[in-house]
Structures are given as structure tokens and as C-alpha cells.
Design a protein around this ligand. Structure first.
Ligand code: HSE
Length: 347
């Protein structure tokens, strides 16, 4: 059995979604891929830290936190009161799953966590957009120097294939432009507004469902989409952009009336991310756009996301799928761990 000894840093919506999926997928991982993911530690600023290098009982950890209690009540062979960074330094794990909150100004605390883990020779799987949007090149070069893997499939379109689609399925294609709906919350809000629900009520619903960022202005003002646009541009189109370099306009201030008027005229309003290359220059922007009802993007509603690659030989290739939520994002981490374990079949 190929064993990954994993430290989970962050036990919020994504950390718990990943944990649930791991519990459900244990047999598939073992029987189909010969992989065992042993979680040796969970640390979270709010819920506390538990470490057991023999492996933790994930069901118990989930039920403690779902009951609103801190992880400290979990019985351990030895109590260790470690910060997230200390846990990364002091736990014998070969892999770190980093899912703390997103900060797209500094990337912290995730950036320090990931840098430290890679420098220590640990693999990293993350869905944290800040560190990848701000420091992709630096982090990849540490990973290469240390001969470990850094995977971040879930930073864009959660578990819906984005980087893997480009790297494996469109490998020999030149991508001339990427366009898409990359933020679930704003797409959810816009869809709700199509049925007459106010912006404020729709945002509240998105928060209740666990889709929104801890600070929802990241979503509604287009920052989250700008971070994803920077990631796509840097990773897939050779750019070197920060989220702040992406031209950005969010959906705050849009009214139900504008949404309904657009529909009467045969359009939907969608917050689109667009990256295109014109000769030597690359442009990247996020803004609400009128999308004709005949365009497949118009039928992408709710928290769904979509991404269209404009390629040389295939023309346009569009993928539609989940873009947010604990389990869909957790799925990206699961796939990343299979990749880290070199267990993905290459037929
Ligand atoms: N708040 C983000 C979204 C979460 O709505 O798309 C997934 O990155």
C-alpha cells in the first residue's frame, strides 16, 4: 500500500468536506489505487490542534467540531498545543493539505504554511487561492528544488478539472484565450436575482450554504474571480500578474431590475473572467457582461462554474461543473493526493 501521511491545516468548510470525502473514499483509494491517506494531524485556529502520528479517527474529529466543540476534547496519547506553523514543523507527515482562509493581499497565513512545508521537503495540496495567485513561481521553484509536488487543482472551479484538463487533455494545444464563470457566489446571486430575489437576500443564502468567502466582499467585488484569473493567467498562459493587476468590477449595486431587463432583451448578466493574448500582450479582466441566452454560459446557473478554452485545433472547449462547496473542493484535494502519490493511471 502506498501511504501518505497527511497533516490537514484548516478545518473549515473545505477541510471538513475533504475529510468526509476521505472517509467515504477509503475503500476506493485502497482497492482501485493502492493508496492509504493517513491523517496524522488536524490544526485550525478556531478548532485547535490534534496530532497522532498513528492516525486520527476522522469521524470523531468531525463529530466534535460539528457539535460546536474544540478538538481539544479528543483523547490523544499526548496533548500538544501547537500553532499551525509548529504543527507543520513538528509533525512527521510527508504531505500537507493547506486549506486555511484566503487572503489575496498577502497570501497569509497560507503562504507561510506552504513555503515552510515545501522547504521541509513535504508535498502540498492546497485550494488556497492567495498563495498560488501571489507566489506560484516561487512556490513551484521550491517544490522543484526539494523534489516534492505542489498541487492546487481546487483553486479554480473547485473539483471540476481545470489544470488537469489543460495539462493532460489539451497538452499539445495552444490556448489563445480563457473565458469563464469562476465565482460560484456571484453566479448564485445573479441566478437568484433572475427569479426576483434581492441581492441582499441572495447573498445571505449563499453564506448560509457555505459558498461565500469569510469576507463576502471578496466574492461580490470580484476579488475572488480576479485571484482565479491571475492564477489561470500565470499558470496556464505564462503571465506574471497579481490579483490587483486584473481589471476588476464586481456585481455589488446591480439591481433585480437590471437583471430582469437584460433577460427581456435576450441576455443574462454573468460575472465573466477573461484572459486573452493579443500579439505579445496579455489582457485579464473580471466584469459583469451581457451573455446572449443562446450562449451556453447563460445556462450555467447557481453555484456552477464554467470555463472555455479557446484553442488552435479544437476551437472552443468548455467545461461546466461545481465551483464551490466543501465536498466539490475537497474532491480536488483528493485527486491532488492521488497525483502526489503517483497513483493516477496513465494508460
Ligand atoms: N467563494 C468562492 C466562490 C469559493 O464562490 O467561487 C470557491 O473558490
Amino acid at each position: 500500500m502506498n501511504k501518505l501521511s497527511t497533516l490537514l491545516v484548516g478545518f473549515g468548510v473545505v477541510g471538513r468536506g475533504f475529510t468526509e470525502l476521505l472517509l467515504e473514499s477509503r475503500e476506493v483509494l485502497a482497492n482501485r489505487f493502492g493508496v492509504e491517506v493517513k491523517v496524522v494531524g488536524i490544526c485550525d485556529l478556531k478548532w485547535g490542534t490534534i496530532i497522532n502520528e498513528d492516525g486520527l479517527d476522522l469521524k470523531r474529529a468531525l463529530s466534535i467540531v460539528e457539535g460546536g466543540r474544540r478538538l481539544d476534547i479528543y483523547d490523544l496519547p499526548a496533548k500538544r498545543d501547537l500553532s499551525n506553523l509548529e504543527a507543520i514543523r513538528e509533525t512527521a507527515s510527508d504531505t500537507v493539505v493547506e486549506v486555511t482562509w484566503t487572503n489575496i493581499e498577502t497570501g497569509e497565513p497560507g503562504l507561510t504554511h506552504i513555503r515552510e512545508a515545501l522547504n521541509m521537503g513535504k508535498n502540498v495540496a492546497t485550494t488556497n487561492k492567495g498563495p498560488i495567485a501571489l507566489a506560484y513561481r516561487e512556490l513551484m521553484s521550491i517544490a522543484k528544488a526539494k523534489n516534492v509536488k505542489l498541487r492546487f487543482e481546487g483553486t479554480v472551479l473547485s473539483g471540476t478539472p481545470t489544470f488537469n484538463l489543460r495539462w493532460y487533455c489539451l497538452a499539445a494545444q495552444e490556448v489563445k484565450a480563457i473565458r469563464g464563470i469562476v465565482n460560484g457566489v456571484t453566479n448564485f446571486i445573479l441566478s437568484e436575482m433572475e427569479s426576483g430575489i434581492s441581492y441582499e437576500e441572495a447573498l445571505r443564502k449563499a453564506q448560509e450554504l457555505g459558498y461565500a468567502e469569510a469576507d463576502p466582499s471578496l466574492d461580490v467585488d470580484g476579488w475572488d474571480a480576479a485571484a482565479k484569473t491571475a492564477i489561470l493567467a500565470n499558470v496556464l498562459m505564462g503571465a506574471d500578474l497579481k490579483p490587483q493587476d486584473v481589471k476588476r468590477r464586481g456585481i455589488r449595486g446591480l439591481t433585480v431590475r437590471e437583471v430582469l431587463d437584460a433577460m427581456k432583451r435576450g441576455f443574462k448578466i454573468k460575472l465573466l473572467a477573461e484572459i486573452s493574448r493579443n500579439g505579445g500582450s496579455l489582457s485579464a479582466r473580471v466584469s459583469p457582461e451581457l451573455v446572449p441566452l443562446t450562449d451556453v454560459f447563460a445556462s450555467v446557473s447557481g453555484v456552477l462554474n464554467a470555463l472555455r478554452f479557446e484553442t488552435e485545433a479544437l476551437g472552443e472547449v468548455t467545461i461546466i461543473g461545481a465551483g464551490a462547496g466543501g465536498k466539490p473542493t475537497g474532491y480536488a484535494l483528493l485527486n491532488d493526493l492521488l497525483d502526489i502519490a503517483n497513483a493516477l493511471p496513465r494508460r
